[in-house]
Design a protein around this ligand. Structure first.
Ligand SMILES: [Zn+2]
Ligand SMILES: [Zn+2]
Length: 145
C-alpha cells in the first residue's frame, strides 16, 4: 500500500481525508513489522494529539476493505496490520507478541482433499506460533542459572 493509493481510495469512497488518516497511512506504508492498532496509536499520538484509537480502527478497516491493507487475526486479543499484500504466512512469538513474515508455498496450501461441504476456496491464511530467537535465548539463559 502507498499513501497515494490510500488517499485516492478514501476520496473515491467519499471518506474525509484528515491529517490523522494520512498520518496512519504514512506510518503503515512500506512497513514490515506488522504494528498493532495500539502500537500505531501510541506512536502517532504525540505528534497528532487529536488522534483517537477509533480513527485507527476505522481508517485501517477502510483500507482493508479496499484490499490495500491486510488485517491479521493471528492473535485473538490483538489486531495486526500488514501493508505487504504479497502472499506470505506469519509467525507470532508467544512471548513478545511480535509478528514476522514467513515464506509459504500457497500452491501447496490450496491443494488438499476438500470435504464434501466445501465448494470453493479463495483465500487462506497461514499462521505459525512459537518463540522468536530473542525470547528463546532469554528463556534459555534465565532457566540455566
Ligand atoms: Zn519474542
Ligand atoms: Zn506480513
Amino acid at each position: 500500500m502507498t499513501v497515494d493509493e490510500g488517499i485516492k481510495y478514501l476520496q473515491s469512497s467519499g471518506a474525509k481525508i484528515t491529517e490523522t488518516r494520512v498520518a496512519i497511512m504514512r506510518s503503515l506504508e512500506d512497513r514490515c513489522d506488522h504494528p498493532s492498532a495500539e502500537q500505531l496509536f501510541i506512536e502517532l499520538k504525540p505528534k497528532h494529539p487529536t488522534l483517537s484509537i477509533a480513527t485507527v480502527y476505522s481508517t485501517t478497516q477502510l483500507l482493508a476493505k479496499a484490499s490495500l491493507l491486510r488485517i491479521l487475526s493471528i492473535d485473538e486479543k490483538k489486531v495486526y496490520f500488514d501493508p505487504n499484500l504479497e502472499p506470505h504466512g506469519h509467525f507470532l512469538c508467544k512471548s513478545c507478541k511480535r509478528v514476522f513474515d514467513v515464506p509459504v508455498d500457497f500452491d501447496a496450501v490450496f491443494e488438499f482433499d476438500a470435504p464434501s461441504c466445501i465448494s470453493s476456496v479463495d483465500t487462506a491464511d497461514v499462521f505459525y506460533y512459537g518463540l522468536c530467537v530473542k525470547c528463546d535465548t532469554r528463556r534459555r539463559t534465565t532457566s540455566k542459572g
